[in-house]
Write a protein that binds this ligand. Sequence first.
Ligand code: NAY
Length: 287
Amino acid sequence: IKNITGVIPAMVTTFDENENFDEARMRAAVRFLIDRKVHGLYLTGSTGESFMMSPEERKRVVEVVVDETAGRIPLMAHVGAISTKLTVELAQHAEEAGIDAISSVPPFYWGFSQDQVYNYYSDVTGSTSLPMIAYNVPLAGLFGFDMIKRLSTIKGLAGIKYTATTHFEIMRIKEEISKDFIVYSGADEMAMSGLSFGADGIIGSFYNLIPEVFIALDAAVKAGDMEAARQFQETANAIIFFSLPRNPIAAIKRGMAWMGADAGLCRSPFGNFDKAGEEELKAGFRK
Ligand code: NAY
């Protein structure tokens, strides 16, 4: 896991006009991102629309990306699925397929107790030899620092994807848990902040679209050039905040298409852009 750092797109899943997984488009999207020098890929997460996919479809996405990547960059797969049984199945499949690390949101919807969440991570992490990255995200319920500390005691639970705005905790994790506990900053609009506070890498949806800007931002933070980093963040944020109210995953997919990697469409109930909407998006991005 040590070598999975830097800029890691939470990869989109490509669907065709009938909402079916489009393998050819997925392969093209993988090539597009590798050509743009991303440092790794995070599959079937929120941006990958995983909770709208069957387990078989999720497994197929993993297999296709492993095959197309052919070991050129490291791969993480989000395997979260609420029930421990299904998550273990997806985790074990990911390991057999050749994934380098697994990740999961906590079980959600029923309001599970802290013990139940702990047991979930313990069982899933113990089910493979892969490192596990817990996923702290408001959509599934944030852990809180004490719970992160408790989860860090699970053997094999190597780090956290930290998509909360309380970035001071990134520093605290490094100080109070361990500097070796990996932290991936998860809010693209705060990538500079996350990296400045000590995150080892960044995982997010807009790294599918403008990876170059974030690779430059990451390098600027590492070089201590905060003014340059701020400018890269400002450039990225213009695109992010224009996209957020307009179905960001579909917007990212359209933007990738204009750059030569048609990432297809989103699954319902996410919408897609009609011709006029796409023109408006293009004009907004150009500004
Ligand atoms: C994933 O698993 O797909 C992610 O890592 C998604 C991360 C995104 N967060 C959410 C809540 O969707 O990239 C961010 C997000 O789109 C970005 O910061 C803009 O708000």
